[in-house]
Design a protein around this ligand. Structure first.
Ligand code: MN
Length: 210
């Protein structure tokens, strides 16, 4: 696992995203995970699991769902640096992934299976300890390959049935940054981004006060 593809897609003189580096994995340290809400040309959620010094990454167009009955498409994308898990801000228009990025959720994850074997066989079970996402989940690789090739593969992200399973729409109920409490439009405004474009990913009605 390396970051060549990640770096090749980006111009770090222009984007605020971290160039990062692959860390030496410390087997004793906890593994981080992050979900970034990303209003690029289309809204999606980037699901990232720290493994062997990088963030394994999947783009989830519809975002995670707490209902065990729902399967969400998750497209495997290039590994990201661990430092990316702290990035909230704006990628300039015209750059790769141009748009606004929100740290929608973060925390630690615990594998429920041998990770390398799970990645190889296409069946990765794990537990999340996040601010919003908790409990047992699974990523299952589907047989279909993307027409574009590029080594990308499609997976399904699913919640297992446990006490954290729910029919609540977590994306709608908790639309704000887990770090800054901002909506996408607020992040865009603070970082010189396109507030109107970013706001397309925000809920239309103000969320209920908590
Ligand atoms: Mn993205």
């Amino acid at each position: 696992m390396a970051l060549e593809t990640y770096r090749a897609k980006r111009n770090f003189a222009v984007t605020a995203e971290p160039a990062g580096k692959a860390h030496k994995a410390n087997p004793k340290s906890e593994l981080s995970f992050v979900v970034q809400k990303h209003q690029a040309s289309r809204l999606h959620y980037d699901f990232r699991l720290e493994w062997r010094g990088v963030l394994l990454s999947w783009a989830v167009p519809k975002g995670p769902c707490l209902s065990p009955a729902v399967k969400r498409l998750a497209m495997a994308v290039e590994d990201h640096p661990v430092a990316y898990g702290k990035f909230e801000g704006v990628i300039p228009e015209g750059e790769y992934g141009g748009g606004t990025v929100m740290l929608w959720d973060y925390g630690t994850w615990t594998p429920e299976v041998n990770v390398d074997e799970g990645l190889k066989s296409g069946d990765l079970k794990f537990t999340l300890q996040g601010k919003k996402l908790k409990g047992s989940w699974v990523l299952v690789r589907t047989k279909g390959r993307f027409a574009g090739g590029d080594g990308q593969s499609s997976w399904l992200l699913m919640k297992h049935n446990d006490k954290y399973a729910s029919e609540v729409d977590i994306l709608e109920q908790k639309p704000r940054s887990a770090v800054s409490r901002r909506l996408l439009a607020g992040i865009a405004a603070a970082h010189g981004g396109d507030k109107a474009k970013a706001g397309k990913g925000d809920p239309t009605a103000p969320p209920v006060a908590r």
